[in-house]
Design a protein around this ligand. Sequence first.
Ligand SMILES: O=C(O)C(=O)CO
Length: 351
Amino acid sequence: MLSRQTHDSRLVQATSRLRSTVAQVVMEKPCILATTLGAPGGIYKCFEPCIEKHFTIIPYERFVQRKEDFADKIQAVFVWGPKAINVDQNLLESLPKLKAVVNGGVGVDHLDIPLINSFGVKVTNTPGIVDNATADIGMSLMLASARKIVEGHNFSKFRESDYFPESSLGTDVSGSTLGIIGMGRIGYKIAKRAQGFEMKILYYNRNRRPESEERAVGATYCASLKELLQRSDFVMVVVNLSPETHKLIGAKEFAMMKPNSTLINISRGLVVDQDALVDALQKKMIRAAALDVTYPEPLPRDHPLLSFPNVIVLPHVGTHTVETSQIMVERMVTNALAAITGGQLPDEIKA
Ligand SMILES: O=C(O)C(=O)CO
């Protein structure tokens, strides 16, 4: 029989061996820097197992505290859309082994791709995966605004009398005209859905879609933004943010819209001039607005846009479903693995 002392000392040795093996295994996996995935929204927590199969996750907050321990181990930065930390010169200089900046979502306007590429680092996104969820949020916002869903809910919850006010009357979606600005993959999915609501569909896009595609969703091309704005009851903004689309919808454009029209923005906040939107709402130049995106995000709680009963503001949740986010994370992992192992990147974006 072992003495108690020998037994204890062997136990200590075995535990320490186990710890160092575990540490070694953990460290053998490539490290990724997780920016915003670990934000209070908890997204990162939901998808940890999928990432941890292949990588050791270094949350940004831990990295900042112990840069010297992690800097030369990190091979990919995970960025969850525009709410991410800035992948700037400083960060890039501090990560000598970095192979890829892996973005969850399709828009990459928050990334300086030429700068990142100049460090020999690749950039990827997750195209295609986000289309249905983002189109759904556009439809949800249009329906919720038209039928005053948020106001109805607030009435049920906070009412001071039992009489639903006259101002609670909404507006019809079925049979009305939807103008889609930006007819890429998401715009097209919106047109498909709107067809089911028997809407007249107009679109404005850099390139006209082939006639067969227009026919398939019953969409009519507008040669000018002005024509679309003048004819639409609902204007849905779906373009990418670029120098050409920065504040594309401003005072001049609001003046072209129908007084009973609704602006829906599911692209990027900066495509709409928010001061001009506040002004248009104050002057009743449009009926309402429904926004998934703003600048900044989230909007400060005392922002004038939050004071209008006819404005709905979401905290940029276009892709926030369990299913879509799961597939996005899986795709981010695939892209990161490809970049680290020198394989073919499924979704590389070049400057
Ligand atoms: O995919 C993106 O870029 C989004 O922002 C979805 O809302």
